[in-house]
Design a protein around this ligand. Structure first.
Ligand SMILES: [Zn+2]
Length: 528
């Protein structure tokens, strides 16, 4: 018998943490960062205390109460005592691995807290993007997916209480097993073992997924980040298929179609399927984004700023094409350059920044005696392609600047001229904090006389993109009718919806389909 226990992703978009248990082994399907649960208690300046180890996360219900799976450097001797009577407490030591579907943090983020000897199974692209994100990120204690700095409990002299502080012993790398290992050439292997944060990295070679005690199938799918996959796991009750996040309207829709075909051949016992956009009836394709954004940008007289989701490489390439077609240059930030460079190690079709005349690198006005190593390296490698704020300011009609809300503080150095355009190519706000950011964004645009295009505006308390400016964002998630097609074509005996605020959609729409829908509960177990 197979047991599936849902520790996250239940009536929640993201934070997936699904435990699969079979006689042959135990696996987690994703181990994501639960943004919604965090938002209930925390914000930018109120965070779980890194110095308290795992305590805050366990007390606040952000991590499941599973003794034995977490990093021991974050546990005190008696940490677990207070949780042993908690409702879903369990001692769980023999975990065989994490099947990671893609490198979005709501699927990967909490891997940061797991024991480093628990292997992570993923595609090469997912592993490499996860490393690029971490290398170029803030190094927060809860965002250390690929490697981490062990913490030690220390008490300063004269202080009454100790805390967990980052040790100076160097970083430890997690053990990744790669589904498409044949794509790793020597240069790629070198990148994986490269020391970025500290002087030392206890690096781990990349292994193969055949090392898993369960028989696995990895299927590439299309999503708003490259390298996304779905998983098939052969269990004693039949195949269990887990979709991760997917869509049928992106540039790589064919991958999702192939996954559907192959998964249906397994005659799966169960399909765990996402349901982010169940209430949408149509999709916008990436080609439409190109056409709509091209029209807007082609008529712009001065600077163009393009705001699109981080790590959406397809969108970046869409704006690169628009830059070529409007005779502008795409000015990207160093973290985007680092990501493209990383992806090119695995995918030669990704443009080489050094050779691509339509890409330049925007250097932020930073002042640091010791810039991060990845940043130094990026500027060194592409030194001939660096443009400064003053270069953009004096030739505004030459550029499409890839900025998001968080980069707007560069604008005082650029001072956009009349006729400049801010193209918003991302999703509408989902919560009050994001609404506040849009309110601020509108003020920035007003201050600099920038015209917004595709930007959500507030009408009767609701933030929406004006009808005539829609069509600038292709979602990473399939719409309702497409999701039903995925379910019907794969045709599992049991369908379990996750990553959705309205899983009942499947119950309402798949009546008499022969598929049995089971709605999971938080911490609850489904037996197959
Ligand atoms: Zn995702």
């Amino acid at each position: 018998m197979v047991k599936l226990t849902f520790y996250g992703g239940v009536r929640e978009i993201g934070g997936n943490k699904i435990l699969l248990e079979d006689d042959k082994g135990k696996l987690f399907l994703d181990f994501g960062y639960p943004y919604k649960k965090y938002r209930d208690f925390y914000e930018e300046y109120l965070k779980p205390r890194a110095g308290a180890g795992l305590l805050d996360l366990l007390v606040m219900g952000l991590l499941p109460h599973l003794e034995g799976i977490y990093r021991t450097d974050l546990e005190t001797g008696n940490l677990w005592q207070q949780f042993r009577r908690a409702e879903h407490y369990r001692k769980l030591e023999d975990i065989d691995g994490i099947l990671l579907t893609h490198a979005h943090l709501d699927h990967s983020g909490h891997i940061s807290f797991l024991r480093e000897d628990i292997p992570v199974y993923s595609t090469a692209t997912t592993a490499f993007i996860a490393k690029a994100i971490q290398d170029s990120g803030k190094a927060d204690f809860d965002q250390q997916v690929c490697y981490f700095t062990p913490r030690v409990e220390e008490c300063l002299k004269g202080w009454k209480q100790g805390a967990y502080i980052a040790s100076s012993s160097g970083d430890r790398q997690r053990h990744f097993c790669i589904a498409d290992r044949s794509r790793l050439n020597e240069e790629a292997q070198h990148f994986w073992g490269e020391v970025i944060r500290h002087k030392k990295l206890d690096s781990q070679p990349l292994d193969d997924i055949s090392t898993c005690s369960l028989n696995l199938r990895c299927y590439s799918v299309d999503h708003s980040i490259p390298g996304a996959c779905a998983w098939g796991i052969e269990t004693s009750s039949g195949w269990v298929v887990y979709s991760g996040d997917l869509r049928l309207h992106g540039k790589r829709a064919k991958l999702t179609e192939a996954f559907m075909k192959e998964a249906s051949r397994l005659h799966p016992r169960a399909l765990i399927l996402e349901g982010t956009n169940v209430d949408r009836t149509t999709n916008i394709a990436e080609q439409e984004v190109y056409e709509n954004a091209f029209k807007a940008i082609n008529g712009a007289r001065s600077l163009v700023i393009a705001d699109f989701p981080a790590r959406d490489v397809d969108r970046l390439l869409t704006f690169l094409q628009i830059a070529r077609d409007t005779r502008r240059r795409l000015a990207i930030l160093p973290k985007d350059a680092y990501l493209l460079r990383t992806m090119r190690l695995l995918e030669p079709e990704i443009p080489d920044i050094a050779e691509e005349s339509a890409i330049v690198l925007y250097q932020e006005t930073t002042a640091s005696k010791s810039p991060a190593q990845w940043l130094k390296k990026t500027y060194e490698e592409y030194s001939s392609k660096v443009v400064l704020a003053k270069d953009v300011a004096s030739n505004q009609q030459d550029f499409i600047l890839c900025f998001s809300f968080w980069d707007l503080n560069e604008l005082p150095s650029i001072q956009p001229q009349a006729g400049s355009l801010y193209v918003f190519s991302s999703s509408e706000p989902h919560n009050e904090e994001q609404e506040m950011d849009f309110w601020r964004l509108h003020h920035w645009l007003e201050r600099f006389g920038l015209r917004g295009f595709g930007l959500p505006v507030e009408r009767n308390g609701k933030w929406e993109i004006p009808e005539e400016e829609k069509g600038l964002h292709a979602s990473g998630h399939a719409c309702g009718p497409d999701l039903l097609r995925v379910a019907r074509q794969i045709g599992p005996e049991v369908l379990i919806p996750v990553h959705s605020e309205r899983p009942e959609f499947y119950v309402d729409n798949l009546r008499n389909s022969g598929i049995n829908i089971i709605l999971p509960t938080e911490g609850g177990t489904v037996e197959l």
